[in-house]
Design a protein around this ligand. Structure first.
Ligand SMILES: NC(=O)C1=CN([C@@H]2O[C@H](COP(=O)(O)OP(=O)(O)OC[C@H]3O[C@@H](n4cnc5c(N)ncnc54)[C@H](OP(=O)(O)O)[C@@H]3O)[C@@H](O)[C@H]2O)C=CC1
Ligand SMILES: CC(=O)N[C@@H](CCC(=O)OP(=O)(O)O)C(=O)O
Length: 348
């Protein structure tokens, strides 16, 4: 059995920590260099105490020479730092959890990120419908560079893309409101995310079409629809460490009913290991996917206003980041796509 050496840059952060949790359970991975920024020189066990088998590994500086010589490098670094590292790793599969290479439209990148566009890499969401009978998976098989999706775009794009690909909904008046756990904001200190501010309170942010995941969601849904789709996206913060629950809705085409919608979603995801359309009457919850790579979906038709409503639940750190990254690595390396990825959650 072939074993691949894997390095993780940003191992002290939330995304890097979750990538390591999954890699520790992967049968064909040997964990190599672990790197960080300000915590270079620290023991991993002092920063990620849940990763017991790696407790005594000392974090190294994030430089191309430290990361070179591995089969795969995961980058879990702040935006804007990946390009310089990746270009010095020509012989390595590079999987970037950051946003730098997700958008194909340079103008959209510059508008939402305020910096020059680095380019675009194959987008790491295998199950995404990219047309009536196609999926993103094909672009990831054997890829040498992969851009892991943002957490909100993962749950919301999977929720609506089948309806767009099948022409069930119109490409306008699409409304998405999603609640995320606070780990989505990363580990660095943010005054509005202190315990006292977050506990027992929900709050909106990035309101009015300004959140940087808006163009990423539009890119995914436009690809599925084969025409431009515009989206009103509002994120909210929920008093929980991890998880995203998204409510996504769009105007239904004339005459489309629930049976047809369910048939389309069953066809899109019926053979997927991680994306599950729940039985009628059962609703996704963020708690039910905690720690797993699963996506729970439920569809409803609101006949009063003629809209499709799709609810999705993911764990932002698992399917929304690290699970998507490891799933993409499996495809890039020609391994079984599900290797090392949990389909069982943690409850309560
Ligand atoms: N959290 C989430 O749900 C998701 C995150 N992502 C993406 O993953 C990436 C990491 O996010 P997250 O883990 O949440 O963030 P964290 O703030 O938790 O971690 C950031 C990591 O990057 C390291 N780092 C910071 N600055 C530098 C630098 N200049 N050079 C080298 N290393 C540096 C930090 O090291 P140190 O602490 O030692 O400074 C730490 O290991 C981001 O691009 C984020 O957008 C993607 C999808 C979802
Ligand atoms: C709760 C929270 O703050 N979430 C983050 C998104 C996390 C994510 O997916 O990050 P990247 O696109 O940066 O990789 C946010 O809204 O900025």
């Amino acid at each position: 059995m072939q074993v691949f050496s894997v390095a993780v840059a940003g191992a002290s952060g939330y995304a890097g920590g979750e990538i390591l949790r999954l890699l520790l359970a992967h049968p064909q991975v040997r964990i190599g260099a672990l790197t960080a920024g300000s915590s270079t020189g620290s023991r991993l066990g002092d920063l990620q105490p849940h990763l017991a088998p790696l407790a005594d590994v000392v974090l190294q500086e994030t430089t191309p020479p430290v990361l070179a010589g591995h089969d795969v490098v995961f980058l879990a670094l702040p935006h804007g730092t990946s390009a310089a590292v990746a270009e010095q790793l020509p012989d390595t599969v590079v999987i970037d959890a950051g946003a730098d290479f997700r958008l194909t439209d340079a103008a959209a990148w510059e508008q939402f990120y305020g910096s020059p566009h680095a380019g675009s890499w194959p987008y790491g969401l295998p199950e995404l419908p990219t047309g009536p009978d196609t999926q993103q998976r094909a672009a990831l098989q054997g890829a040498r560079r992969i851009a892991v999706p943002g957490c909100y775009p993962t749950g919301t794009s999977l929720a609506l893309a089948p309806a767009f690909a099948a022409g069930l909904v119109a490409p306008r008046d699409v409304v998405i409101v999603a609640a995320s756990g606070t780990s989505g904001a990363g580990k660095s200190l943010k005054p509005h995310l202190l315990g006292a501010e977050v506990m027992g309170s929900m709050s909106p942010y990035g309101v009015g079409g300004v959140h940087r995941h808006t163009p990423e969601i539009e890119q995914n849904l436009s690809l599925a629809a084969g025409q431009p789709v515009s989206v009103s996206f509002t994120p909210t913060l929920a008093p929980m460490p991890r998880g995203i629950l998204a409510t996504c809705s769009a105007p239904l085409a004339d005459g489309v009913g629930l049976a047809q919608v369910r048939e389309v979603y069953e066809k899109a995801y019926g053979s997927e290991a991680f994306v599950h359309l729940l039985p009628e009457g059962q609703w996704p919850t963020s708690g039910a996917v905690l720690g797993s790579n699963n996506v729970q979906l439920q569809v409803a038709v609101d006949d009063r206003v003629g809209r499709l409503v799709v609810i999705s639940a993911i764990d932002n750190l698992t399917k929304g980041t690290a699970g998507g990254a490891v799933q993409s690595m499996n495809l890039a390396l020609g391994l079984e796509e599900t290797l090392g990825l949990p389909t069982t959650g943690v409850a309560p």
